[in-house]
Design a protein. Structure first.
Length: 250
């Protein structure tokens, strides 16, 4: 176990400009021309205190010009440090929780904003793993303000029901029925529900016309649950038919 810990790479850390400079100076060739005999190119020292008032062993009391060689590599190290910092910043852009500069690219990649998307929050959409159970559909609808319950009807051949969905159930020449998802919408418990105010008119005496229906075949719930239908179409598999039942339980 100790060997595994020792073999584990160190965590990623961006070096500071001073660390980059020391790394560059350590790679210089050996010899007097590179001032390695003096311990490396010397740094500039600016006197901060008077030698008459402070000990020179504890405080800088003399000025010293820095090595031109050190100043050159200091300029190079500043560029390398900037590049390193940008690389470290780029690493954070690979995760939704830490990205900052590439937000527009993230939104375009996940097709947001979209008023019909079941995951309007970017990080929630990135973390979404999907599902095919009624509990998952109800959870997604609840986040959008809809209270629903549902059950699945798996239809095989000409018979309906989950117990018939098995090998040998289908018959030659029988019609193949797609699976049906029946969704019951509790309008009273759905904060997202907004009444359209449209209701079909009841037939009245004196308003009949020959050949006309008793009332218009207008269903107001088709407009009122349109946002829910749009939402469910994004999470329910395309081969499954959805049948909506609207209830006012409260």
């Amino acid at each position: 176990m100790a060997e595994c810990e020792a073999a584990r790479p160190a965590p990623l850390r961006c070096p500071s400009p001073a660390e980059v400079l020391e790394s560059a100076l350590a790679l210089l060739p050996r010899g007097r021309a590179w001032q390695s005999n003096e311990g490396g190119p010397v740094a500039e020292i600016v006197a901060e205190f008077s030698p008459d008032d402070f000990s020179s062993d504890d405080f800088a009391t003399r000025s010293r010009r820095g090595s031109t060689l050190r100043k050159f590599w200091q300029a190079v190290a500043d560029v390398f440090a900037f590049v390193n910092q940008r690389l470290c910043d780029l690493r954070l852009e690979f995760w939704c929780a830490t990205h900052a500069e590439t937000h527009d690219l993230w939104m375009a990649e996940y097709a947001l904003p979209d008023p019909c998307d079941p995951f309007p929050d970017l990080c929630a959409k990135v973390a979404a793993i999907g599902g095919t159970r009624c509990e998952y559909y109800a959870e997604v609808a609840a986040r959008a303000g809809w209270s629903i319950s549902c059950d699945e009807l798996i239809r095989c051949g000409t018979r309906t029901g989950a117990r018939f969905a098995r090998t040998g159930c289908a018959r030659v020449g029988s019609r193949r029925w797609p699976s049906l998802l029946r969704v019951r919408v509790d309008m009273a418990a759905s904060p997202a529900y907004v009444s359209s105010g449209l209701r079909r008119r009841k037939p009245r005496t004196g308003a009949f016309r020959a050949g006309r229906r008793l009332s218009c075949a207008f269903d107001p719930t088709a407009i009122e649950i349109a946002p829910l239908e749009c939402l469910m179409s994004r999470v329910v598999h395309a081969e499954i038919l959805i049948q909506y039942e609207v209830h006012q339980y409260a």
